[in-house]
Design a protein around this ligand. Structure first.
Ligand code: SF4
Ligand code: SF4
Length: 329
């Protein structure tokens, strides 16, 4: 690890090691004040896409309120987990966003998910006050990609995703702690090539119409999950293509992601057994229990009761496939 800046060195390095022991692949520790830049950047995003104000307002207020809500907090520990250690069945590619279904949170109370709790126990054992999403009634913070970039463990690219040397297939967790620690890494990430617009061109709805901006309400990942599958005004159902849950188009197209081979790696526990039922034609006839099981694995993008959203999305995918077939004929 190349460190560019460290404070409270002994404890900061012990926290880093505790993160690794809890199954995280990387970690940095930043100040709460570092998140002020996130607030400024988010305001710029709203200026660029005014319709996104409703979406981002909680991000701004939530970040502004960190100090008031957690007056004891002195630092943010940002932890990164690599999802590329798993295979992703080719039958699910282009239908389901990979990171949702091979996340450490895809199986609640599975070994990967529970291993994260080891970090909370370590904080407790070392009498470090903390909160984070893994704590019951704990709090997660907004702007995790910004926090990770600030800590030097990744770079936010023009498609808004955080990348490390292996691409954008990573997930982030944050912990607020009551100790003053800092650990910023020094890593050299090649920036996006000048003039590259591959991700923008790959976006089926033009939600990503300019670098580092997004119309979240036109993003397929939002529409087919939190947006409940309802096609918003200004878009046509065909534009959502074959995505049932999430969308990887702007990540799959990126040259920095292309070298990863999804046929390599470990099997994600239990995912192979669901491949058949996750096909759109089978979702329409699946039992409520099977649909709930798929929703449960979506890393909280769908709740178990959202079976109807899955069906709405699957019906649209089948319609779109028919349209595509008739165009080819
Ligand atoms: S996830 Fe899909 S819809 Fe959203 S910005 Fe990327 S390509 Fe566009
Ligand atoms: S496709 Fe090009 S512009 Fe978009 S994130 Fe990748 S390298 Fe950057």
């Amino acid at each position: 690890m190349n460190i560019s800046h460290i404070e409270n060195e002994e404890l900061s390095l012990r926290i880093y090691q505790a993160c690794i022991d809890a199954g995280f692949d990387d970690c940095g520790i930043i100040s709460i004040e570092d998140m002020d830049t996130y607030i400024a950047n988010t305001r710029k995003r709203i200026e660029a896409v005014p319709v996104s104000a409703g979406f981002y307002k909680n991000a701004i207020s939530g970040t502004e309120e960190i100090r008031a809500r957690f007056p004891w907090a002195k630092s943010i520990v940002i932890c990164l987990s690599q999802t590329t250690k798993y295979k992703y069945p080719k039958e699910l590619q282009g239908l389901y966003a990979k990171s949702f279904f091979i996340s450490r949170d895809s199986v609640k109370n599975g070994p990967e998910h529970l291993q994260k709790h080891k970090l909370g126990r370590w904080f407790d054992e070392n009498q470090i006050e903390w909160t984070g999403a893994i704590k019951e009634n704990g709090s997660d913070i907004w702007g995790l990609r910004h926090a990770a970039q600030t800590a030097g463990i990744g770079i936010i690219r023009r498609n808004n995703f955080l990348y490390n040397e292996d691409g954008s297939w990573i997930e982030l967790d944050s912990f607020l702690i009551g100790e003053h620690c800092r650990l910023y890494q020094e890593r050299k990430f090649t920036p996006c090539p000048t003039g590259c617009t591959i991700c923008q061109k790959a976006c089926p709805t033009s939600a990503l119409h300019e670098p580092y901006t997004l119309n979240p309400f036109h993003c397929v990942s939002f529409i087919n999950t939190f947006g409940r599958g309802i096609v918003p005004e200004g878009l046509q159902g065909e534009q959502l293509g074959t995505w049932i849950v999430g969308c990887d188009a702007c990540q799959d197209a990126c040259p920095f992601n292309r070298r990863h081979d999804w046929s390599q790696g470990e099997d994600y526990p239990g995912l192979g057994a669901l491949v058949e039922i996750m096909q759109p034609e089978n979702i329409l006839s699946a039992s409520s229990e099977q649909l709930e099981n798929i929703c449960l694995r979506s890393s909280d993008h769908l709740k178990p009761k959202d079976s109807e959203v899955l069906k709405t999305n699957a019906e649209r995918v089948l319609r779109n496939r028919n349209i595509q077939k008739s165009i080819v004929i």
